[in-house]
Design a binder for this molecule. Structure first.
Ligand code: CO8
Length: 263
């Protein structure tokens, strides 16, 4: 993987009101995720994660698709030896799920296969009402490989995840919202402004507090309830060491909005 050159020309990045935006804009509007494309996305996300002015990262795609999965034109050339030797789904993919800054997937159109997996690596998904999610790998001679079998079950439960993974059928935006895969669905005319409002609101929270809250929630994915409660308590105690904890408490008693120092 080290010889792969990130396809930076397929992403647009800009920041506004402390939100770092990453738009996937492959010439093919379906945003097929090749190894070089994923590396570019990972690099952009890591750059924002290391930028103290950024409090929320949003990944969006085109009007047609967030991403329609792994690049099948690349994948068709691979074999067992090449995927395992090149660590096909490790460099890039694994680091995206380690980003500490809150990260939102804004999904219009298709989020399939690796595209659905990329969206699920974000902290939550906001969908346009035309969004379609799915893990159709079984139809093309594979199974989900970038967390689909693990994250989908945790967000929609075993029955619905099995149904989606074994049939390869797509899940509509409304159904995705009803079963908890998507946090909120907006009508097309409201999607951009609503997504932006949510991102700006998160970006303007205390940045260290938002990162601690994200870390605490993510522990629930990885451990037992008892261990998670222990971890949450330790993280909660650590908020008392922040200037922003003092500021939040003082602002409440003085009936004013807190002015975060982000430390
Ligand atoms: N990869 C590469 N090219 C693609 C992909 C893809 N995933 N999806 C579509 N394309 C190409 C088509 O080949 C076509 O190219 P061309 O014009 O050269 O023939 C062009 O995009 C337009 O596609 P369609 O004509 O099919 O467009 P439609 O609007 O009719 O249909 C669909 C859109 C429904 C999205 C359809 O294209 C489709 O089903 N695509 C494949 C979806 C899929 O199977 N995704 C899962 C891929 S496997 C996967 O993600 C495994 C993840 C493992 C981890 C990730 C490792 C990197």
């Amino acid at each position: 993987m080290s010889d792969i050159i990130p396809k930076t020309q397929w992403i647009k990045t800009w920041s506004e009101h402390s939100v770092g935006w990453i738009q996937l804009c492959h010439d093919n509007k379906l945003n097929p995720l090749s190894a070089a494309f994923i590396l570019a996305i990972k690099n952009a996300a890591q750059k924002y994660d290391n930028d103290s002015s950024i409090g929320c990262i949003v990944i969006i795609g085109s009007e047609k698709a967030f991403a329609a999965g792994a690049d099948l034109k690349e994948m068709v050339k691979l074999n067992y030896a090449s995927v395992s030797e090149s660590r096909y789904i490790e460099n890039g993919w694994l680091e995206i799920s380690k980003i500490q800054t809150p990260m939102i997937a804004g999904v219009r159109g298709y989020a399939l296969g690796g595209g659905c997996e990329l969206a699920m690596m974000c902290d939550f998904i906001i969908a346009n009402d035309d969004a379609k999610f799915g893990q159709p790998e079984i139809n093309i001679g594979a199974i989900p490989g970038a967390g689909g079998t693990q994250r989908l079950i945790r967000s929609i439960g075993k029955s619905k995840a099995m149904l989606a993974i074994l049939t390869g059928d797509m899940i509509s935006a409304d159904e995705a919202e009803n079963c908890g895969l998507v946090a909120k669905v907006f009508k097309n005319q409201d999607f951009d402004s609503s997504l932006k409002n949510i991102a700006v609101k998160i970006a303007n929270q205390s940045k260290p507090l938002a990162k601690l809250a994200k870390q605490a929630v993510n522990v629930a994915y990885e451990t037992t309830l008892e261990e998670g409660i222990r971890s949450e308590r330790a993280l909660f105690y650590s908020t008392f060491a922040l200037d922003d904890h003092v500021e939040g408490m003082e602002a409440f008693s003085e009936k004013r909005k807190p002015v975060w120092k982000n430390k």
